[in-house]
Design a protein around this ligand. Structure first.
Ligand SMILES: [Zn+2]
Length: 226
């Protein structure tokens, strides 16, 4: 967060905040439901032991017709399939449930992800596969620019099949879901109320009294240090 602040800064035109920096539990996002036009989850979901809850939470905070841009680690990738067939890998890349291949590193089956998005009432609009050439040998012998150009060409095939270790999905929230109430932004991490009073150095929940500190321009909604 501090490094992002250093790079991107705090204030935008006219001294208004350009970015709001928030630390929070991704199983319990502290934002009003129906708030955001877009939510981006890239290179993150593989650290979720309960990815379904993360996706459900992302869907909740999306505005009507808002877009989720999601990248997930694909367990049914070509390398995993070959390793499985050669008996060098115990878990099946074809099994639907997520696999924890290293502690807190999860891979997901594309169909399982589609099911979770459907359960969260998100409509898939586009699927792109990336990292078609994530192989050390190729990276050593083929110039990076060429590999990137080749990968870009192959990304379109993601709409048809997904065999790469990484997949991007764009999915939209329904147009008829309720938008966030005017003026609402944060949601209390303890009671869910959006009545948070800005006291300058902290936000205080008008309903349950919980306080969330603002320190060096970063809101802290996490359990510790509150
Ligand atoms: Zn509260």
């Amino acid at each position: 967060m501090q490094r992002a602040q250093e790079r991107l800064g705090e204030a935008g035109p006219g001294g208004r905040p350009r970015y709001v920096y928030v630390m929070a539990d991704f199983y319990q996002l502290p934002f009003a439901r129906g708030l955001f036009d877009a939510v981006v989850i890239v290179r993150t979901l593989h650290h979720a032991a309960d990815a379904a809850v993360v996706l459900q939470g992302a869907a909740e905070i999306l505005a009507p017709s808002g877009d989720l841009i999601l990248e997930f680690a694909n367990k049914r990738n070509l390398k995993a399939i070959l390793r499985y067939w050669l008996r060098r890998q115990s878990w099946s890349p074809f099994a639907l449930e997520p696999v924890e291949f290293v502690e807190l590193h999860w891979d997901f089956h594309p169909r399982w992800v589609r099911q979770q998005l459907a359960a969260a009432e998100l409509q898939i609009e586009r699927v792109r596969t990336v990292s078609h050439f994530r192989l050390d040998l190729l990276k050593r012998v083929v110039p990076t620019g060429l590999l990137v150009a080749m990968d870009r060409l192959c990304q379109q095939t993601g709409a048809l099949w997904q065999l790469t270790p990484s997949v991007f999905v764009r999915a939209a929230a329904g147009a008829d879901k309720p938008a966030a109430p005017a003026g609402a932004f944060f949601r209390c991490a303890d009671c869910g109320s959006t009545a948070l009073v800005d006291e300058g150095t902290r936000l205080c929940c008008a309903d349950c009294g919980a306080a969330f500190e603002l320190e060096d321009g970063i809101y802290n909604f996490r359990g510790e240090g509150r």
